[in-house]
Design a protein around this ligand. Structure first.
Ligand code: ZN
Ligand code: ZN
Length: 254
């Protein structure tokens, strides 16, 4: 529904689609037109979350399995797509909630496609869990995008949603650390599962907007496994190269 304030804002700052730049003023809060949303290609290939080697259906490769906790990583769209980058950046820096909803819709579309191609989860024992944001950053941004995305995915796909993880200390933003090894160490031991009884024996769909080195997802997976989760599947909207991740992080985590 359009409020007077919304109407006035649209008049002063017309909202244009991030993809094709048509005016979206009639279309509630959205920032991408439905044609551009529908045109975003879903990813079809899979790579190990940690070493990037090609794998079947996103599983962590046998070599990385030895010292990681995440079982699988699904990446819905390609970061090479300029519209995907615009959606992520605009959502992060301008705090646009509707874009997190759009991401959820696209990610639900991706999972439905996986289901139709034979990947199956037991819906009754699957829980969607968002990657937590530290309280200080939550206050600064006003919302945890992973929570909005996770909530959206769970309602699209009728899956159970639980916001169960917390950050137990504010780690140094990854972008301030240059080498990969220290970045991995920096993210170790920062997440905690608040209600282990809700994850015991469950398959967890661990949701975030973007993945960087995979270390944050892996630390959440560690906490969830420690709480008794059977399997942890990371699920992100997009995953960039290390270089583009770094740029993205530098701007978003300051
Ligand atoms: Zn458009
Ligand atoms: Zn690997």
């Amino acid at each position: 529904m359009h409020t007077f304030k919304g109407w006035l804002l649209d008049l002063l700052f017309p909202r244009l689609c991030l993809g094709c730049e048509i005016s979206l003023s009639d279309n509630n809060e959205s920032h991408v037109c439905s044609a551009c949303l529908a045109g975003i290609k879903m990813k079809n290939d899979f790579a190990c979350a940690f070493c990037n080697s090609p794998v079947v259906a996103g599983t962590t490769c046998p070599f990385c399995r030895a010292d990681h906790f995440l079982d699988r990583l699904f990446v819905a769209t390609s970061y090479e797509n300029p519209l995907v980058q615009k959606i992520i950046k605009t959502m992060k820096y301008r705090f646009v909630r509707s874009l997190a909803d759009d991401m959820a819709g696209l990610m639900a579309r991706y999972l439905e496609r996986r289901f139709s191609l034979g990947f199956n989860i037991d819906r009754g024992s699957t829980v969607v869990v968002p990657v937590p944001l530290h309280r200080r950053r939550l206050n600064w941004r006003g919302f945890n995008q992973a929570e909005i995305i996770g909530n959206g995915i769970s309602s699209y796909l009728k899956l159970n949603f639980q916001n169960l993880l917390v950050r137990i200390r504010n780690h140094v933003p990854q972008a301030q650390i240059s080498d990969r090894q220290s970045r991995i160490a920096n993210a170790t031991g920062i997440s905690k599962c608040m209600e282990p009884e809700l994850v015991q024996g469950k398959t967890i769909l661990l949701v975030d907007d973007v993945a960087t080195t995979g270390s944050t997802l892996d630390d959440c997976a560690r906490a969830l496994k420690a709480a008794g989760a059977k399997e942890v599947i990371g699920f992100v909207f997009a995953r960039g190269t290390f270089a583009s991740d770094k740029k993205l992080l530098q701007r978003s985590e300051k």
